[in-house]
Write a protein that binds this ligand. Structure first.
Ligand SMILES: Nc1ncnc2c1ncn2[C@@H]1O[C@H](COP(=O)(O)OP(=O)(O)O)[C@@H](O)[C@H]1O
Ligand SMILES: [Mg+2]
Length: 358
C-alpha cells in the first residue's frame, strides 16, 4: 500500500505540438481509488504510462510512497497494470498467465499454486485454469488480465480502460468486481482511467477530470456532480447532459437576473465584471410543477422518450432545445405546451467567456 504523487508532470511527444500533459499535480492517498476521466486524447493513458514508467515525463516527478520513482524502471516500481487489450500470453494456459509474474519473482511453486487458485476462485475463473486465452470469452479474458494483476499483490494498480471491450451488461458486472477487489482486505492504491463518466462516478473515491492535458477538477463524485467548476465538467457528467442557456446578467428590482429569450432567472449571487453568463440546469432539475413565484419558461414538447422508470421530454423553448427528465406517468405528449419551472437553487452559473463557475 502506498500513496501515489505526481508533481509538475508534463509530457511533450514532440517539440511542435501541444503538450499531451501539462504541469499535473496529483496525490492519490494510500488505499484510494482515483479515476482519471476525460475525452479521448486528453492525456489519460499518458499519465498512467508515466506512473508505470513506460513513458518518461518531460518535466516533473513521480513518487510511490516516499520513493521518488521518476528514474526507476517499470519492473522495480511494484505496480501492476491492466489494459483494455487484456495483453495475455496467448500460448500459455490461464494458470501460467496468472503464475507468470510470481515465477519471475522466484516464488516457490507451492505458494504460486495457492495464490493463483485463490485469485482464480475469487474471480470465478478457477474452472478455466488449463485453457488457453483463445478458448475464453472476452469477459473471462478480462478477468484473467485482472487476476494477473491481483495475484502479484502490488503497491499500486493501474487500469487503462479495462472494460471498454466488453458489452454493457458485462461492463456493469466487471465494474462491481473491480470495486470489490479494491475494497477487499488490503485496499491497494489504484489509478483507473476511463472515458466513461458512469464508470468514473460509480468506482471513484476521487475523480480527476482531464481535458487537453489539463486538470479541470478534482473531487468526490458528488462534489463534481453538484458543483462542477466549469462548463466542460458540468456538461461531461450526467445523462442526459446538463442544459445550457446563454443570458445577459442584468440588474432588476435590486436583484441580479440571468435574462434571455423567454426567461429571467434571479441569480442570487454576484457575478462581478461578467455581463454574459451561461446558465446550466440538469434535466432532472427542471420541473413541470412549482411554486407560483418560481421562475418559469414556456416550452412545447417535440419528442417524448419513455425510459421505463422515467420519461425524457425534449422540448422547444424560446431559449432553444432543452431536455427534461421526469416521472414515467407525466401526462405531457408531443405537441403539448408546458410551463417549465427552473428552481433557482438548482441553477449552475458560468461566466460565458471563461466558462468558469461563478
Ligand atoms: N507516442 C506518441 N507520440 C505522439 N503523440 C502521442 C503519443 N501518444 C499519445 N500522443 C498524443 O498525446 C495526447 C494524449 O494521448 P493519450 O494519453 O493516449 O490520451 P487518452 O488516453 O486520454 O485518450 C493525444 O493528443 C495523443 O495523440
Ligand atoms: Mg488512452
Amino acid at each position: 500500500m502506498s500513496e501515489v504523487r505526481l508533481t509538475g508532470v508534463s509530457k511533450r511527444y514532440d517539440a511542435v505540438s501541444r503538450p499531451a500533459l501539462e504541469s499535473l499535480d496529483l496525490t492519490i492517498p494510500n488505499g484510494e481509488l482515483a479515476v482519471l476521466v476525460g475525452p479521448s486524447g486528453c492525456g489519460k493513458s499518458t499519465t498512467l504510462r508515466i506512473v508505470a514508467g513506460l513513458e518518461e515525463a518531460s518535466t516533473g516527478k513521480v513518487f510511490i510512497g516516499d520513493t521518488n520513482v521518476t528514474n526507476i524502471p517499470p519492473a522495480n516500481r511494484d505496480i501492476a497494470m491492466v489494459f483494455q487489450s487484456y495483453a495475455l500470453y496467448p500460448h500459455m494456459s490461464v494458470f501460467d498467465n496468472l503464475a507468470f509474474a510470481l515465477r519471475i519473482q522466484k516464488c516457490d511453486e507451492k505458494e504460486i499454486r495457492e495464490r493463483v487458485q485463490q485469485v482464480a476462485r475469487s474471480l470465478s475463473i478457477d474452472d478455466y485454469l488449463e485453457r488457453k486465452p483463445k478458448a475464453l470469452s472476452g469477459g473471462q479474458r478480462q478477468r484473467v488480465a485482472i487476476g494477473r494483476a491481483v495475484v502479484r499483490n502490488p503497491k499500486v494498480f493501474l487500469f487503462d480502460e479495462p472494460l471498454s471491450n466488453l458489452d454493457a451488461k458485462l461492463r456493469g458486472e466487471m465494474r462491481k468486481e473491480i470495486a470489490r477487489i479494491h475494497n477487499s482486505s488490503d485496499h491497494t492504491t489504484s489509478l483507473y482511467v476511463t472515458h466513461d463518466q458512469i464508470e468514473a462516478m460509480t468506482l471513484a473515491d476521487r475523480i480527476v477530470v482531464l481535458k487537453d492535458g489539463l486538470v479541470q477538477q478534482v473531487g468526490s463524485p458528488i462534489e463534481i456532480y453538484d458543483n462542477p467548476e466549469n462548463r466542460f465538467v458540468a456538461g461531461f457528467f450526467g445523462t442526459p447532459a446538463m442544459n445550457f442557456l446563454t443570458a445577459d446578467a442584468i440588474q432588476k428590482n435590486d436583484t441580479l437576473h440571468a435574462s434571455g429569450e423567454g426567461f429571467s432567472l434571479p441569480l442570487g449571487k454576484e457575478v462581478g465584471a461578467c455581463d454574459r453568463v451561461t446558465v446550466g440546469i440538469r434535466p432532472e432539475s427542471i420541473s413541470l410543477h412549482g411554486e407560483s413565484d418560481a421562475p418559469t419558461m414556456k416550452a412545447s414538447v417535440h419528442l417524448r422518450e419513455v425510459l421505463g422508470a422515467e420519461v425524457l421530454l425534449h422540448v422547444d423553448s424560446p431559449a432553444g432545445e432543452l431536455t427534461v427528465r421526469t416521472e414515467a406517468h407525466a401526462e405531457a405528449r408531443e405537441g403539448d405546451n408546458l410551463t417549465l419551472y427552473l428552481p433557482t437553487d438548482k441553477l449552475h452559473i458560468f461566466d460565458a467567456a471563461s466558462e468558469n463557475r461563478i
